[in-house]
Design a protein around this ligand. Structure first.
Ligand code: 5GP
Ligand code: ZN
Length: 116
């Protein structure tokens, strides 16, 4: 296991901490957010650890395509035909609280814009 010790999402991707998994690919996993902000709120993460989007794009940009592909599959799986939002918080000022890159897939209601 190439998990970073004490990283929550590395533990989820390794199955050490349980999660409600929606979809999975060879390199990525999608699971429901424990504190949903919309009727559908799924997190898409790479199985390999990267701290944030900056880290991901510096080291494995092709993996970003895989993550966005899985995010669109989540939207289809969840029936978000009228629209959805993909969000990623990047670093302290954004409010990123888990330092393992993740895309939020939000939908199932009308979403306000701009976010706070
Ligand atoms: P961030 O604030 O870093 O953009 O997003 C982290 C997200 O992870 C939050 O929406 C939070 O609710 C979610 N989260 C935190 N701990 C857990 C957990 O143990 N399991 C799941 N499924 N989601 C979590
Ligand atoms: Zn990690």
């Amino acid at each position: 296991m190439s998990a970073v010790q004490d990283c929550l999402f590395c533990k989820i991707s390794a199955g050490v901490i349980p999660a409600d998994v929606v979809l999975e690919s060879d390199l990525a996993i999608a699971f429901r957010d424990i504190d949903p902000k919309a009727p559908t709120h799924v997190l898409v993460i790479p199985k390999k650890h990267f701290a944030d989007v900056t880290d991901l794009m510096s080291n494995d940009p092709d993996l970003a395509s895989e993550l966005l592909t899985l995010a669109t599959k989540v939207a289809e799986h969840e029936g978000l035909a009228t629209g959805y939002r993909i969000v990623t918080n990047n670093g302290e000022d954004s409010g990123q609280s888990v330092a393992h890159v993740h895309f939020h897939v939000l939908g199932g209601r009308s979403l306000s814009w701009p976010p706070g």
